[in-house]
Design a protein around this ligand. Sequence first.
Ligand code: SF4
Ligand code: SF4
Ligand code: FES
Length: 250
Amino acid sequence: MSYQASFRVWRGDEAGGDLRDYRVEVNEGEVVLDIIHRLQATQAADLAVRWNCKAGKCGSCSAEINGRPRLLCMTRMSTFAEDEVITVTPLRAFPVIRDLVTDVSFNYTKAREIPSFTPPAGLGPGEYRMRQVDVERSQEFRKCIECYLCQNTCHVVRDHEENKENFAGPRYLMRIAELEMHPLDAADRRDAAQDEHGLGFCNITKCCTEVCPEGIHITDNALIPMKERVADRKYDPIVWLGDKLFRRTR
Ligand code: SF4
Ligand code: SF4
Ligand code: FES
């Protein structure tokens, strides 16, 4: 049941590179990461690829397969025709280190810019109480495996390096939404979401949602509700009056 597949794999580093053609054996039940490993073992011992779990849980094997951002370990070879040329390239939105490995530190920087959960005054850990519906809302967002496929896909930064400084990306706008919707988080995160983390750049195209391997409804359940909360604050006449009286900036 094995066959030889045609692979085109991007080889290079930050100075440049190109696509190289390989013929690699494929066996029944294998995923693209298996083929990349066989390529390493038999023809290209210096091929760089990042992976850890091979189970869709560590988020480290993100790459682009035929131009679509995907996890190498969760993409079955059976989804391709046997005579199809399969092109594997590194994530486009991040700088290449070597071959299929990119520098994703942009995401760590964005994560650090978001103030952490701010518990209510007078309550200690163990005294927090939440309704189940609020727990479930957070839990959807907490399925995130930090693969950054959504960050890589979002058109705001995919071809616009200049937007990176002012845009946290869907994964971290979702984190802000999670905290904003948390009933025990005492911080008001709406102004910062808009002014510092670039929520306004998002035009809800849902491309991030489409590539999320965890099936998180990033746009519908995080970004749109966050936009509604920002709009409520901005256009609420009582908030407007309060801001005028107390000269708050928005
Ligand atoms: S919905 Fe927003 S964050 Fe997601 S890909 Fe589109 S513009 Fe980017
Ligand atoms: S939200 Fe989904 S696509 Fe984005 S980093 Fe998390 S798991 Fe990956
Ligand atoms: S190797 Fe862990 S998600 Fe693919």
